[in-house]
Ligand binder design. Structure first.
Ligand SMILES: [Zn+2]
Ligand SMILES: [Zn+2]
Length: 163
């Protein structure tokens, strides 16, 4: 995309036009809304167009045919998995360092996941696995488990009788 001189004059009548957005590269509120509206107004690609299934077809041409929707879902899933894998790798290499959710409150669901045990009382999820899944550090997993065993606040969240 060519980016020229942004339209600095707020009264310029070209704000909101394709020219302002694409040629001048203006990203003021009016121009961004104009681009959003134009995108929404696009009706997708005609059947048989070779671009179905591409990111451009979905994003730019606003195509929501079966091929494009499925391709988009697959892209989102791939992104999600990549992100999770990256998060896991980070936690794995920085064991004991802070997980991305440091300072976030634990939820009951987090704690239930954390404290799930098999019939022999062995945790179902290993610390590294739980850390990656919950976006916490391995150290945080250990701390939370200890608190679940000793602190009434955590036991209440788990629905357990407090000590
Ligand atoms: Zn503008
Ligand atoms: Zn399509």
């Amino acid at each position: 995309m060519r980016v020229g001189k942004p339209l600095t004059d707020p009264d310029d009548p070209r704000h909101g036009s394709t020219t302002a957005y694409n040629h001048y590269g203006c990203r003021c509120a009016v121009c961004r809304k104009g681009e959003r509206d134009r995108r929404k107004a696009r009706k997708g690609l005609p059947p048989g167009d070779p671009r179905h299934g591409t990111q451009n077809a979905y994003g730019y041409h606003n195509c929501r045919c079966e091929i494009c929707v499925q391709a988009n879902n697959e892209r989102s899933l791939a992104n999600y998995q990549t992100e999770r894998a990256l998060r896991y790798a980070r936690n794995y290499t920085r064991q004991g360092a802070d997980g991305p959710k440091r300072y976030h409150q634990w939820t009951s669901a987090d704690l239930e996941y954390l404290m799930a045990r098999d019939a022999n009382g062995v945790y179902l999820h290993k610390p590294k696995e739980a850390a990656a899944f919950l976006g916490r550090s391995v150290a945080a997993i250990g701390n939370a488990r200890r608190r679940c065993r000793t602190e009434p606040k955590y036991q209440l969240m788990l629905g357990l009788p407090t000590l």
